[in-house]
Design a protein around this ligand. Sequence first.
Ligand SMILES: [Mg+2]
Length: 231
Amino acid sequence: MSVRALILALSLTVLAGCAHQAAPVADLPNLGVVKTQLVAYHDSGAYDRDLARVAGEAGAWITARAATLPAGSHPALVLDIDETSLSNWPQLKINDFGYIKAGGCDLDRGPCAAPAWEMMGRAAVIAPTLELYRQARAAGVAVFFITGRPEGEREATARNLVAAGYEGWAGLVLRAPGAHGSAADYKTGERARIETQGYTIIANMGDQDSDLAGGHAERTFKLANPYYFIP
Ligand SMILES: [Mg+2]
């Protein structure tokens, strides 16, 4: 099954998992097969290879582009966090790819609610993205994280990023309390704000189309994520 088909199947799973939807998850065809394939995609190393390929393309672009910019251009790289800079795999897997909105996090038996997991600060580095990050810093490119995580998770998120090896970012943008609107609109607005600070965003990398839509970056780089979808 192609990655696109897996994404479609998982999107259906998420929809079916919403309380207001009539169709129970068990009615979806081949759901167990899809989940087995999702785990195999991760565990086989194919997922990591796909991440590394895209991050490598971003790195090549950043290095080449930064070298052509005139002095004082203030080039910048924008990175998403979840499934871009940090991996939430233990949480995704123990929840059988469901999204748990509230409660605690039991990583041995599940469930593990996303906010509780994020507050633990235990997400693992996505190594190709850390390599890209270091390449960017070495090329004099400022790095900004823009995440859909809420502002209340700032300290835990920063601690997790540092533990994963990210150091010296120019900005860490989280969602303000009570913020409305789509992820795409929020992220687009934040990139525009970075530009008004005098930066030229030469690259934007994320695992969701909503990380990348809306412009305000010279190039976008889309990482694979067949595990969940954020509109
Ligand atoms: Mg993400």
